[in-house]
Design a protein around this ligand. Sequence first.
Ligand code: ASP
Length: 641
Amino acid sequence: MVEQRHPSAVPRLRLAGTACWLAACSHTGFPKLWVPHPCRQPEFLWCFFFYIPDVNSFAARTNTCGELRAAHIGQEVTLCGWIQYQRQGLFLVLRDFQGLTQIIIPQDEAHSHVRKLLSNAPVESVVRVTGIVSSRPPGQENLKMPTGDIEVKVETAEVLNFCKKLPFEIKDFIKKSEALRMQYRYLDLRSSQLQHNLRLRSQVVMRMREYLCNHHGFVDVETPTLFKRTPGGAKEFLVPSREVGKFYSLPQSPQQFKQLLMIGGLDRYFQVARCYRDEGSRPDRQPEFTQIDIEMSFVDQAGIQRLIEGLLQYSWPEERGPITTPFPSMTYEEALADYGTDKPDTRFGMKIMDISDTLRRLDIGFVQNVLSYPHSTAKAICIPRGVVKGSTDMNIFFLLILPDGSLKSLLTKFLSEEQQSELIQALNMQVDDVVLLAAGDHKRCSALGSLRLESADLLEAAGMVLRDPAALHFLWVVDFPLFLPKEENPSELESAHHPFTAPHPSDTNLLYSDPTKVRSQHYDLVLNGSEIGGGSIRIHNAEQQRFVLEKVLKEDSEVLSHLLEALEFGAPPHGGIALGLDRLISLIVGSPSIRDVIAFPKSFRGRDLMGNAPDYVTPEELEPYHIHVSWPAAETEAKKN
Ligand code: ASP
């Protein structure tokens, strides 16, 4: 029988019906984290606890500003916080990370010093007050405030720091420019939205750590951020070194290290990893970002998928409702054919239809001409009740079906009535529907995919509800091609994921005969049309890895000689994945930008507008790195000013 400690001996450990796996150890009676293990269960009594953190420990306060309730009435408390609002020395509202408390300033002579002090302190000054918790006079309770039943009558007060005139008011409804928010990020962080986002992010990460380390034996390993160039993939940031002409690279991901950890026998690795990509200014991308980076030995694609489903289910915040697993799966081919993208938003229909056969039967010269090219097809999307304006550089035809059932389109003059009704039938059009039709090489063409999304945005802006904001559509996209033609030179190949991805087991032979046809063991995780993760089973055979690098990708394999050699020393089969933490959290909190879930994000142009980075350095500082800047004339002028 388990001997359990008396609850008072474990302060702030609360009994609850939550799935936090804490069990009491029979030998020591000491609560510890435990991993479910069927054969050990008889020895342990399962208890369901969660810790309520002691947020007042070590601090010069007794309570937070969000904590006091009617049960505290009569107690003397000390609160610290920022003055959110104050009224003529009568009362003020004090704010901290947990909430707001109304502070009453007594008007009698004995408290004149306190009154003077507090009424002279501007908003956002930091104060400490000590006083007695009292009930609010009847009728003055504030039901909207968790502390709305009480107020604190100040006895003593201290202004810990005054606040000068603010660049913007710290109020949620005040609109301020993105640049100003970035310049004064520490003030923006005081907003309830950013406070919520960062705290939720921290909790999700904590639960992820619990799930990975405590439930499944993963090891949290930090890998270097000063490394060398990795061929293929994103552009990396360079860091000068003191060795002439030699540079470090900031890793775009810990890919090589996590594979080397598997070769080193770590078996299960994870890291909340900072990654760097020098991809210039792109909306909603950050030059540095965070991944939940994972690698496992002796695993297959299904194993990684189940792990991630379990991880997300375990760490998913209660406020966003439960998530259902397993997630549905779609092949890359299906995704492109039906949605025109490899990250389909499956929350709404409007799928792409292939109507090549119907159009081939109709005698429209220029359409026949387009369809005569190899790989050419005609595709369409039908927008229910939509008259849509879109923009694309493809030839898009609009077909609108009028209330009398006739077609309105540039194409109608080429079609007999019979042909028109054949087209209406093939497209399954209803009155007021609009069809967008595109003909050409659709192999990598995403025009209709983009138009589908643009149309959805326009319909929603016009009041139609297409995507339920609360809906969570997770989707695995699988069976990617291993290689894709390079955009800038289609006769050369590049990796669809990265050069370490293994071919699909049934396509391995094709790797040596026709690499363009090889499918890979690469999988992406998509949520509501955003890619939130991607990974693959890796090549663990040195010869195959060398072949891919040298013969298919035409890369200099010397750069990766350490990895190629490591693969020769008994590398286990392994695979992994990385989840984009910033994007995941922004989808959870429903924020349009990942900047709202990062404490100190960079601007659209990759600049830190608060600290003004990147910044100039002097020629003397550059000397140890053997670097000389050759200034364009205009820059020299700008620098002088
Ligand atoms: N390193 C990959 C990436 O950053 C993820 C993976 O393959 O595990 O996209």
